[in-house]
Design a protein around this ligand. Structure first.
Ligand code: GDP
Length: 432
């Protein structure tokens, strides 16, 4: 998402670079282009208009035209305005010491059930004790889906029966909490394909009885402007405290995501960034603005590394074997798609061609090769003679050449690690 917008904004802003002074006409031209880029990204018309008006006003107020670094100044103004448009400061849902009950509402297919699982995983990793409530009695497979997600993250799931009155659910919840202490209850409610009156009424009643401390609206960022109209209705009927934008990893133009805060007036708490359970990030307006403007996002990258608990191998280089290689690769993969990770490094997205992508299948092949080896072979690749290599090629669905290449690279890397360590020891970086 945002790739096109990102490229176009940068192209427009880059036109101002390397010039001593810019004229009012230059500035107006760039503003026109920014407005077009926003509209083409499906940003709400009013939002685009207001955005450009504010940037222009600031540029004039800050006397950009008289400045010696006009391009940098306009860049900064756009960055600040973009951050503001996305909500300014990051906001998280209210989390009390205990007694938190969160309602997840949204249309069917928006990613509600997935998000419930992701939230449970996220807050469990932060030391909370979540409980999931499967109350989506509308979509046939939703309860089972949540039960499976709950099992995977190790969080219990309370299932609501068909046509169960909210009073009964409330009582069952109370009973459950008596024997199993939980400080965050996440309720996956029923969705429909479109807004309809019976659904809104049922939700409103459920909400009145269960009395949640937060009501999170799950919005599919791929569905464009229409999603925002739906959000308004949900807010009017049910009352929404914040948004979760899902599918930000998709290739939609991003306008709904950019306009959501402005149009609904609600903070964006989280962004869904993949189908996987790890694919949930707290929403930081400044970081997204940085990413859109190609400034990278080093904070998120570091947090991901921390979360994946990337560890340097404990072993000395001469002991490093193919098992370690596999472990290291898997650790990095836990952080997410390589292409996305690369773009978080400041400057990298400006260097890469727009169609750049990492062939993630290459990883799978290396993994398959190593997994087809015996433990002895993984520990000591030196024993890999021609017949062993043929066997591994067959077992992994690859070729002997690929295996040769992998082993060669591996040995070279090991040699490099050894040299590196010697240098470091000499310079006193390594103490033994
Ligand atoms: P619900 O009907 O609202 O409960 O929707 P689901 O949770 O079943 O999600 C609908 C589809 O969207 C599923 O295929 C999910 O895997 C997918 N999905 C949910 N969140 C994300 C996300 O952040 N990124 C991507 N790529 N897919 C998502």
């Amino acid at each position: 998402m945002f790739e096109n917008l990102s490229r176009r904004l940068r192209e427009s802003l880059d036109k101002l670079r390397g010039r001593g002074r810019i004229t009012e006409a230059d500035l107006k031209q760039v503003m026109r282009e920014i407005r077009m880029s926003l509209l083409e990204a499906d940003v709400n018309f009013e939002v685009a208009k207001a955005f450009v008006a504010r940037v222009q006003e600031k540029a004039i107020g800050q006397k950009v035209l008289e400045s010696l670094t006009p391009a940098e100044q306009v860049y900064t103004i756009v960055y600040n305005e973009l951050t503001d448009l996305l909500g300014g400061k990051a906001v998280q849902p209210e989390l009390r010491h205990e007694g938190n009950l969160w309602f997840l509402v949204g249309l069917q297919g928006s990613g509600k059930t997935t998000t419930a699982g992701k939230l449970a995983r996220y807050y469990k990793s932060k030391g909370r004790r979540p409980l999931l409530v499967a109350a989506d009695t509308q979509r046939p497979a939703a309860r089972e889906q949540l039960r499976i997600l709950g099992e995977r993250v190790g969080v219990p799931v309370l299932e609501v029966a068909d046509n169960e009155p909210p009073e009964v659910t409330a009582q069952r919840l109370k009973d459950h909490l008596k024997t199993d202490y939980r400080d965050l209850v996440i309720v996956d409610t029923a969705g429909r394909l479109q807004i309809d009156e019976p659904l809104m009424e049922a939700l409103a009643r459920q909400k009145a009885v269960l009395n949640p401390t937060e009501t999170l609206l799950v919005v599919d960022a791929m569905t464009g402007q229409e999603a925002l109209g739906v959000s308004k209705t949900f807010d009017e009927r049910i009352g929404v405290t914040g948004l979760v934008l899902t599918k930000l990893d998709g290739d939609a133009r991003g306008g709904a995501a950019l306009s959501a805060r402005f149009v609904t007036g609600k903070p964006i708490y989280f962004a869904g960034t993949s189908e996987k359970l790890e694919g949930l990030e707290p929403f930081y307006p400044d970081r997204l603005a940085q990413r859109i403007l190609g400034m990278g996002d080093i904070q998120t990258l570091l947090e991901k590394a921390q979360e994946a608990e990337l560890e340097a191998p404990e072993k000395a280089p001469h002991e490093f074997d193919l098992n370690d290689l596999l472990n290291q690769m898997r650790q990095v993969r836990k952080m997410g798609s390589l292409g996305d990770l690369l773009k978080m490094i400041p400057g990298v997205s400006r260097m890469l061609p727009p169609e750049f992508s990492v062939d993630e299948r290459a990883f799978k092949r290396v993994e398959a090769i190593i997994l087809s080896m015996t433990p002895a072979e993984r520990r000591n690749p030196k024993i890999l003679n021609a017949s062993r290599r043929r066997r591994i090629a067959r077992g992994s669905g690859t070729s002997v050449q690929e295996i040769n290449r992998l082993i060669k690279t591996f040995e070279e890397t090991k040699a490099m690690m050894k040299t590196l360590q010697k240098t470091q020891r000499r310079r006193g970086w390594f103490r033994r």
